[in-house]
Structures are given as C-alpha cells and as structure tokens.
Design a protein around this ligand. Structure first.
Ligand SMILES: Cc1ncc(COP(=O)(O)O)c(C=O)c1O
Length: 392
C-alpha cells in the first residue's frame, strides 16, 4: 500500500473543455476529418512585434528572475492600458502579473475566500471558477440565467442568493461560454449590492477587448467605493492571441495585490521574464492590430449567427463579446439525444465536429461553439451539425 493522496485532490476535476479538445485532436491525428469549433483561444498568430521583442529579450540575456509581481515597466503599462481602454485608474503597486489569468484568478480567490465561504457566480460560467473556489475552501452558489434573458442575471437573483456566508461575487463579462456582455446599469446594481453587503467582487475581464456593440465597462471603474473591493483580471491570452505565453494581470486594492504577490512568491515566483517583455510589446501595439482581430471576430460572429438560424430547434442569443455563441438546443433533445452531453458526443463521433456541451459550464440544454476558427471551418462545421440533426 502506498500513502494516500491529500483529500483536496478529490476536489479537482480535469478541465472537461481541454479533455474534449484533446479527444478531437486525437481523432484528427488518427486520420479522421474533424472540424474543431471548441477552442478557447484565438486562431491568429501572436503579432510579429511581440515575438520580436521576446526574442530580442532572450538574446540580450533577459532570462533571469524578475520581481515576482512583474517588471515595473509592464505593471505601469497595465495601468496605462486600463485607464485608456477601461477608464480604470490604478497605481503600479496595485498590479500583479501572473502566469496567465488563470493564476491571477487563483491568487485572488486564495487571498479573499475563507473555508466555508460562498461565492455567487452567474451560470453558465467558465468551469474553472467552481474548482478554484473549492480548492480555496469555498463553494459556488450558481445564479442560473437563460438564453431568453441573453444569459443576463437580474439583481433580484443576486439578492435571493445572498446568505450569511456569502463572501464574493465572480463576474465574467464578456462571458465565456455565452458571449454575454453585462450592461452598465446591471453592473451598477451589482456594485451597490456588494458595497451594501460588504462583498468582494472578482471581475474576470479577460475578454475586455473583444466587445462588439458598446465599449467595455469594468465594474471597478464605476467609482472608488467599488474599486476598493474589486479585483479586476485581464491578460494577454485572448486580446493579443498569446495563450501560450501565460501572462495575466490583476488590478486590485493595494493590500490585496500585496497578498496576491506574497502567495505567488511561494508558488511560481515571476512569470517568464521574456514573456513579460512580449506582453509589454503587446500592450504597446498600435491599436489597429487588435482592432483587426476584433473586426474579424465580429464578422465571424455574424456569419455564425446567420448559419445557425438555418438549424431548426436552435435558439441563439446574439452575443455582445468574446468569441463564443451558445445556442439553446433543448428542442433537439429528448428521444434521440438524452441531453447536451449526448448531442455533443454524437456530433464529434458521427459528424466530425467538436463543440462543447453546455452542462460543462452549468448550462444544460445548450452547446458552446467557438468562432475562433476559419470561415471555411465555420461554414463546414455548422453544415455538418445541420445535416446530423436532420438525418433520421
Ligand atoms: C473566462 C476566462 N477567464 C480566464 C481564462 C484564462 O486565461 P489565461 O489563458 O490567461 O489563463 C479563460 C481562458 O479560457 C477564460 O475563458
């Protein structure tokens, strides 16, 4: 007999999204013709200026430890970007650079959640929240939203979900998996509620540059009272096509940023030195580079919405941001497919299309399609879905 693993390992589930993506890749490698509409990453290459800056950094010997919380120039550049793009005012001492937004989020939860605390999270949500909250000793209380309301929660739902153990609210706008963008009026109501009930707000704004209707609103930019309890998370992965570089940012009240830095000190130390130099170049890119990617995503979104309208039984709210659509597919479930998991399995095995079942995000009866794929793949993938559902 070998010693037992720590009980906290029981809290961890492997990321189902990564598992489906891996299965699709394995099928493709075995020779199957698979169209992947499951990816959570831009299909563009990292901009050339970013690659060049990181390459130069390596050649110039910038390959040693940096301060744990990031190089000063990058922390300053994050402040400049947050002010310019989101009206969010912060000092470099409030910024922590981490190994991806995922680590930023984990740092945040670990420093504000006590064992036994509850965290309110609108569902569907990015599945990692539930696992990270669990590792921090808390539990997620889901606030269910539906496609009929464009996946937006109401303030009444937050009020109903509040309890004596509520410690924090996690918001994600633009949202993965729904693409929903929270209007300013709703963010104001949530901010007022958090202030009244003395709650932390963790605002996962990782998709902030990918908005299609109105400028992004950071909840922390609504005023100093809300900024004092808000941890805003952003990063390079989605905005600059840099998922593999692993650079995320958190902007938090100073004492929170210090606690997050102290935690990171003992876990990873600094994020990769030359990746930070790449991130600095990304934040200094000409606005037209990011705008070109945003416009391409917008055109693909409209193409996908158009194609999905042709599938009977799909109800798809128009997403205001990110690069996902989340049709309600309940009308297609029943005898043939017991649930969205069975439907997704069928589409992968028999139609050769990888999508993610909504259940994984706490959104049963839905599927998530990513339009971070070429237009040809989007056309072919959605045509295959239509054929598979129409076939007897
Ligand atoms: C909502 C959300 N937050 C955070 C992340 C993590 O981003 P990163 O790759 O920077 O860790 C993702 C990535 O899929 C995401 O979808």
């Amino acid at each position: 007999m070998a010693p037992a693993l720590a009980s906290r390992t029981g809290l961890l589930k492997p990321s189902p999204t990564l598992a489906i993506t891996a299965k699709a890749k394995a099928l493709k490698a075995s020779g199957r013709d698979i169209i992947a509409l499951a990816a959570g990453e831009p299909d563009f290459n990292t901009p050339e200026a970013v690659c060049q800056a990181a390459e130069d950094a390596i050649r110039n010997g910038f390959t040693k430890y940096t301060p744990t919380v990031g190089i000063p120039e990058l922390r300053q550049a994050v402040c400049d970007m947050a002010l310019r793009e989101n009206g969010l005012r912060a000092e470099p001492s409030q910024v922590v650079i981490s190994c991806g937004a995922k680590q930023s989020l984990f740092n945040a939860l670990m420093v504000v959640i006590e064992p036994g605390d509850e965290v309110l999270v609108p569902a569907p949500f990015w599945a990692t929240y539930e696992d990270q909250v669990a590792v921090a000793g808390g539990t997620v209380r889901r606030i269910a939203t539906t496609s009929d309301s464009g996946f937006l929660p109401s303030i009444e739902q937050f009020k109903e979900a509040l309890g004596p153990k509520t410690r924090a609210i996690v918001l994600n706008s633009p949202n993965n998996p729904t693409g929903a963008v929270y209007p300013r009026s709703l963010l104001k109501e949530i901010a007022a509620l958090a202030i009244r009930h003395d709650l932390w707000i963790i605002a996962d704004d990782i998709y902030e540059r990918l908005v299609y209707n109105e400028p992004h609103q950071s909840i922390a930019a609504l005023g100093s009272e809300v900024a004092d309890r808000a941890i805003t998370i952003m990063g390079c992965s989605k905005s600059y096509a840099m998922t593999g570089w692993r650079i995320g940012f958190a902007i938090a009240p100073k004492r929170v940023a210090e606690a997050m830095g102290a935690l990171q000190d003992q876990v990873t130390s600094n994020p990769t030195s030359f990746a930070q130099v790449g991130a600095l170049a990304a934040l200094r890119l000409d606005a037209s580079v990011v705008e070109a990617m945003r416009c391409e995503f917008l055109e693909r979104r409209d193409l996908v919405l158009d194609l999905l309208r042709g599938i009977e039984g799909f109800k798809t709210p128009v997403p205001g941001g990110a690069f996902y659509v989340m049709p309600n597919v309940e009308a297609c479930l029943g005898d043939r497919f017991a649930d969205d998991m069975a439907l997704a399995e069928h589409l992968l095995e028999h139609a050769g299309v990888a999508i993610i079942p909504g259940s994984i995000f706490g959104g049963p009866g839905h599927i998530r399609l990513s339009y971070a794929a070429s237009r040809d793949d989007l056309r072919e993938g959605i045509a295959r879905i239509a054929r598979a559902l129409n076939a007897p």
